[in-house]
Design a protein around this ligand. Structure first.
Ligand code: R5P
Length: 293
């Protein structure tokens, strides 16, 4: 049966690249914003009844892409597909996977539940808290993909590398990068003020990083506060060059520049969210995962 790939507006280049790799039919999406801010969405061609449909749409910009995706899903279902797979390289609101303060909305759960019954499978890259987020899907089968190997590959020319995770929760990701590069890794302890959002890094224990070229690996760069706090600490402890990389860079204006100004030699991310620094391509991993069925 035919496989059709819906080219989500927020992941256009990535989706085209995956469709080319899989030699699958592309279904383009026409979309625009009305002057009042509402979205208009239309599939540019029909989908064969009973097809396996794959939608590639990263959930960024968060609120717009969620509405666009819900509209796309409604139209896709009119064609009575055999299955619907969603590839959402970045899953919006995944950092709010639990309640930290009384009466907070667990918005990661809200978004997951909006999509759950409309899809059969979902692929997400380097999930912030896999156990919690995946527990919100009761119908769709969630799968985590990782950019760790591609990140390691990007930095393979760095001599004398040492991998640092800005907090402990990133183990299972940063250690894979270190393993691929054949170097050591460690992590910092981080405290985030739940009211101001400001994060402060501390050395967890004595790690000798003098003269090492540090690659700070995180899942998300948003305001850059976490990475900048880590850079300042690592500089105080004698790091040589410092590089910053994350799977998801939220493309907030000026953040990459602030990280460079804080002393990073380079800041780079994957194309889970399109941006100037999104130089690490995920299309190969996505195509391989979709080939496996
Ligand atoms: C949080 O625990 C995440 O892993 C990232 O470190 C965090 O989301 C980065 O956000 P920001 O760039 O605003 O510090």
């Amino acid at each position: 049966m035919a496989t059709s790939i819906v080219i989500g507006p927020s992941s256009r280049e990535l989706a085209i690249s995956v469709a080319n790799k899989l030699k699958a039919e592309k279904i383009y999406v026409q979309h625009k914003k009305f002057p009042d801010g509402e979205s208009y969405t239309r599939l540019e061609s029909k989908i064969k009844k009973g097809s396996d449909v794959i939608i590639i749409e990263t959930l960024f910009p968060q609120n717009d892409s969620i509405v666009e995706l819900l509209c796309i899903l409604d139209v896709v279902h009119e064609f009575k597909p055999k299955s619907v797979t969603l590839v959402a390289p970045y899953f919006a609101y995944s950092r709010q996977h639990e309640r930290y303060l009384k009466w907070e909305a667990v918005s990661g759960k809200t978004v997951a539940e909006l999509l759950d019954k409309k899809i059969n499978r979902i692929f997400i890259f380097d999930v912030h808290h896999k156990k919690n987020l995946f527990s919100f899907f009761r119908h769709a089968k969630p799968t985590e993909l990782s950019a760790a190997k591609q990140i390691a590959d990007y930095f393979k020319a760095v001599e004398n590398p040492f991998i640092i995770a800005p907090d402990q929760e990133r183990t299972g990701f940063t250690d894979v990068v270190a393993e691929e590069l054949g170097c050591k890794y460690s992590w910092l302890s981080k405290h985030r003020d739940r009211y101001t959002g400001k994060s402060i890094s501390h050395m967890r224990h004595k790690i000798d990083i003098r003269g090492k070229n540090i690659i700070i690996v995180d899942d998300i760069i948003s305001t850059g506060g976490t990475i900048i706090s880590a850079i300042e600490l690592l500089q105080q402890h004698g790091a040589a060059d410092i590089y910053a990389v994350a799977t998801h860079h939220m493309n907030v204006a000026g953040v990459a520049e602030k990280i460079l100004a804080a002393g990073a030699k380079e800041v780079v991310a994957t194309n889970s969210i399109p941006a100037e620094i999104s130089k690490i391509d995920l299309s190969g991993i996505i195509a391989d995962a979709l080939r496996k069925k």
